[in-house]
Each structure stands twice: as C-alpha cells, then as structure tokens.
Write a protein that binds this ligand. Structure first.
Ligand code: NAI
Ligand code: MG
Length: 503
C-alpha cells in the first residue's frame, strides 16, 4: 500500500491576522482547502478588540456530505495500512505540530481571547503531545485468543468503526480535537470534525498542517454552527460514531440522534467540580491549587473548573484573603501580550451569560462578591470582553451559582465544619467530572477519594488534563473516557470474534 507523499512543507506563520485571512472561507475536505458549497461565510470575532478577524466557511448539509464522502473513500485505504504505520503518520503529525506550536498558540489566542503565555501556548503543546502519545500506540490495537475449543482457533481482532464525526467546543479547541482525532485515526477510522463557531481557525490550521502527512480524506474539518452543520454530521447515515465535547443541553440532542441511528457516542459535558480544603491543609498549596483548579487564567472557561470551593471554617477567612490577593496580582490584558495572565471571555453570548450569573450572585441575600484584579485600561481593549474574576462567599451549595456551570471566572467559596456534611454537599450536584481534596491526613484523603463522585479525584493538587490520564465524567458530565489507550480501544474500535473450525 503506497502512501501519498507529503505536499509542500508549510512554513510557520507567526502573524495570526495573516493566517486568519488565508484560512478565511475554507473547510478542509479531501486534503484540500475548499469553500462551502453555498459560498456562505460568517464573521469570527477577536474578543479582545471586538473586531472581525476573519470570516469562516459556513458549513451546511452539502458540505457535510462532501466531507463524509471523502472520509468514506479514504477509509478503505487507511484501515488497510498496518496499525503501526498509521501510528507513525500520526506521530509525524505530532512532530509537525510541534514545529508550529508558536503560530497555533498565537492564532488560538487571537480567536478565543486566551492569554498566550498562560494558556494558548500550553494548549498548543498538549495538542502536539496528544499526537505523539497516540502515535506510539498503533501496536496496542491487539486482540485475544480465546480457549473456546482446542479444535477451533478462536480469536478477537480490533476493527475501526468507520467514519467518526467529532464535534468540538471553543474553550480548548485544539486539545479537545486532538483527544478525539488522534486515537480515532490510529485505530483506523477516518474523521470529519465540526469546529466551534467561535474558534474555527486554529483547529483548521492544525488540520491543514497534518494534511501534509495524512492521506487525503483521512482527516476533514468543517466550520459552521450547530443546527446547520453539527446536526447533519451527527445524522449522516455514513457516520458510524460521534464524539462530542460541549454543553449538557447539546450533548442530549447529539445523543438522541445517535440513539435513533443506534451508533455509539462519547460525550464530554459540563462540570461543577468541588474542591474541599480540610482544616489541616497547607493553606498556600491549597490557594495555588484553587488558582489552577479554577482556571482563572482561562477566565474559568473550563468544564473541570473548581467552581465550588468548600473551605473548613478554621481556614475559610485566611483562604479567601489569600486567594483574593493572588487573583488581584494577576494581570488582565491583551491575550497576545507576554505579560498578560488573564485574557477575555470568548464571545458576547458567553459574556452576557457570565454577567447574568454575577448579577444574580450580587443580589443573593447573605452572599458577598469579591471582585478581583483590574480591567485593562489600554484604549485598544475598550471593547474587549473582559470580566473581573469574582469570588463569592456566603453562598450556599443549593444556590444557582453553586449548581449550574457558569463557564466564567466565578467561584463560590463555601464554609463548612463537618467532614460528612461536606462530602454530601460535594456529591450533591448534577455533575461528576472532577474533584479535589486538600488534607495532610491519609485516612481522610483515602476515604474522600473513594466517596467523591467524579471521573478524576486528586489529593493536594489540581493538575490539568493530559495524555495517558483517563478523563471523563459520571452523572451529567458525560459518557465515556478520553486520553488513554483504553479510550482508543473502547471508543474507536469494535471487537470482532473470529472462529476457525479445523476439526
Ligand atoms: P454547545 O454545546 O452548544 O457547543 C459545542 C459544540 O456543539 C459547538 O461546536 C456547536 O456548534 C455544536 N453544536 C451546537 N448545537 C448542536 C447541534 N444541535 N448538533 C450538533 N452540534 C451542535 O456549547 P456553547 O453554546 O458553546 O456553550 C454553552 C455552554 O456549554 C457553556 O457556557 C458551558 O457551560 C458549556 N460548555 C462546556 C464545554 C466543555 O468543555 N464541557 C465546552 C463548551 C461549552
Ligand atoms: Mg450552544
């Protein structure tokens, strides 16, 4: 089986405005940048300046048909390649993406408003790492032999599912795309991605970079909105599997369509992750953990955000003072500026939504809003979607702010005295994505890790998602796991049983 030779090497382009202009109006279908069948486009906003930075192709059913057809055609050849050869090409994608880290970081910073130094560069690194990680796992697509009958050779093999539809959000678009497409491709599937309307360019550029080594049609990406582009992708009869990250509401819609088609679906949805700080915790470590856990540098736009922080009565006031001081010291500014810690909210819709929660919190009897840091003063950022981080105290776990996913820089610090009570409060949530507990007591730590209802429980740390750590939630936080070898085997292959009768 011959593999097409890579197209001309793309040189890194560090000017994100120039890149956005180049990519405007394009999908990537069958290895080529193409316009929508209708020729329609939509504006993409730079949320730090409130300016149009480019126009993305407006994908619709006709574009979905073209992309799925390309993926079906490429699938025959792709699945026939030796698994380690697919892995080698995916690892090569990782190498190329590494060479483009800075350009991708700048582009994603421009379209999402995420600060370059603290967020966007980190994301671009994880993107490349996910391809490197999965690229090494081709040889692990193993089956088993089954001791069924000595006269029969009975074995299982892992087969790809076919065309995978991947729908991704805007908050960490490159990383979340990578956790879907890298395992799907290594397992022998071909992929059609639907990017988020707020952040279509960095993921398109990443796919264009990978198209230099992947055979045409193996990886396709469309930009567009949910109802016009996402829905026909999920509903397409040739799409054999859907993997989705986004809101619970949209996850339910996607899941219903998948149920009608009887195809498997993986869902990574929201969270309201509890962080429990016991009275014996190291205060400084816990405060630093709240900063990373709450993703203040990403304006709290994370499904894992530690947005319910339960602090023992004995530490509560010192914790709030120290946390506020740390967030106050963070610099809000232009996402592309190296001195900026905190950028903007992604879109006017999210901005209004977050402001709505903050206003409601301020009206809540007994609650106090501690507003932190300071809005940038540069004239060019006057229309930027900046929101000062807010720490609410005096809020109870049954308030809307403590129950619903805000996806903004808003956290509730809730005072507790009793351990049993705090475990019950932590578990009293629709969600179950992640949880942390901060204590020096081994018995408490062990007990909490067993009782907290979440896909990921950490003690005395709040590390972020990365390859080789199983990631995914329970309850309304989703179905299925991502980021590991098992995720590739369970979510992107099916096990075929083969019996050879030699009697
Ligand atoms: P969303 O779930 O509507 O969007 C996520 C993706 O789904 C986007 O690509 C969107 O175009 C697509 N989509 C929307 N409707 C669809 C449909 N009917 N069929 C197929 N695809 C569809 O999330 P949105 O509107 O961006 O944000 C709303 C809230 O969702 C946020 O405030 C946050 O609470 C949550 N969210 C959670 C994320 C996570 O990482 N778990 C990521 C993004 C949002
Ligand atoms: Mg939506």
């Amino acid at each position: 089986m011959s593999i097409p030779t890579p197209t001309q090497g793309l040189a890194p382009q560090l000017d994100p405005y120039a890149l956005a202009a180049d990519l405007s109006g394009k999908h990537l279908i069958g290895g080529r940048l193409v316009a929508s069948a209708s020729g329609k486009t939509f504006d993409v906003i730079n949320p730090a300046k409130g300016e149009v930075m480019g126009r993305a192709a407006f994908g619709e059913a006709a574009d979905v048909d073209a992309a799925v057809a390309a993926a079906v055609e490429a699938g025959m050849m792709w699945k026939a390649l030796p698994a380690r050869e697919r892995g080698r090409l995916v690892a090569e994608c990782g190498r190329l993406l590494t060479a483009h880290t800075e350009e991708l970081a700048r582009l994603v910073a421009l379209e999402t408003g995420k600060a370059l130094r603290t967020e966007s560069r980190v994301e671009a690194g994880v993107l490349a790492d996910a391809f490197t990680f999965y690229g090494g796992l081709g040889g692990e697509l193993k089956g088993e032999t089954v001791p069924f009958n000595p006269k029969m050779l009975t074995l299982t093999v892992r087969e790809p599912l076919g065309v995978v539809g991947a729908i991704i959000p805007w908050n960490v678009p490159m990383m979340l795309m990578a956790l879907k497409i890298a395992p799907a491709l290594v397992a022998g599937n071909t992929v059609v991605v639907k990017s988020a309307e707020e952040a279509p360019f960095a993921v398109l550029r990443a796919c264009q970079i990978m198209a230099q080594v992947l055979p045409a049609g193996v990886l396709n990406i469309l930009s567009g909105f949910g109802p016009e582009c996402g829905a026909p992708l999920v509903a397409h009869p040739k799409v054999a599997k859907v993997t989705f990250t986004g809101s619970v509401e949209t996850g339910r819609i996607v899941s219903r369509t998948a149920a009608d088609k009887l195809i498997p679906v993986t869902l990574e949805l929201g969270g309201k992750s509890p962080m429990i700080v016991m009275g014996d915790a190291d205060l400084n470590q816990a405060v630093a953990g709240a900063i990373t856990g709450m993703r203040f540098t990403r304006q709290g736009q994370s499904c894992t955000a530690a947005s319910r922080i339960f602090v023992h009565d004995s530490l509560h006031d010192a914790f709030v003072t120290a946390l506020k001081a740390k967030v106050d010291a963070m610099v809000m500014g232009d996402p592309l500026d190296e001195t900026t810690d905190i950028g903007t909210i992604v879109s006017p819709q999210q901005f209004d939504r977050v402001q709505g929660y903050i206003a409601e919190g301020k009206r809540t009897p007994g609650a106090t809003a501690h507003e932190c840091s300071a809005l940038p003063t540069e004239a060019g950022l006057a229309k930027g979607l900046y929101v000062r981080p807010v720490i609410f105290t005096g809020m109870t776990n049954d308030s809307r702010l403590a129950r619903e996913e805000i996806f903004g820089p808003v956290t509730c610090v809730i005072r507790f005295t009793d351990y049993e009570d705090v475990i019950n409060q932590a578990n009293d949530s629709e969600f179950g994505l992640a949880a942390t507990i901060w204590t020096r007591d081994l018995k408490t730590a062990l007990d909490a890790t067993q009782r907290l209802q979440a896909g990921l429980v950490q003690v005395n740390q709040n590390l972020v998602v990365q390859p080789n750590l199983s990631y995914g939630g329970v309850k309304s936080s989703g179905l299925g796991k991502e980021a590991t070898l098992e995720a590739m085997l369970e979510h992107f292959t099916h096990k075929k049983t083969i019996m050879l009768n030699m009697a």
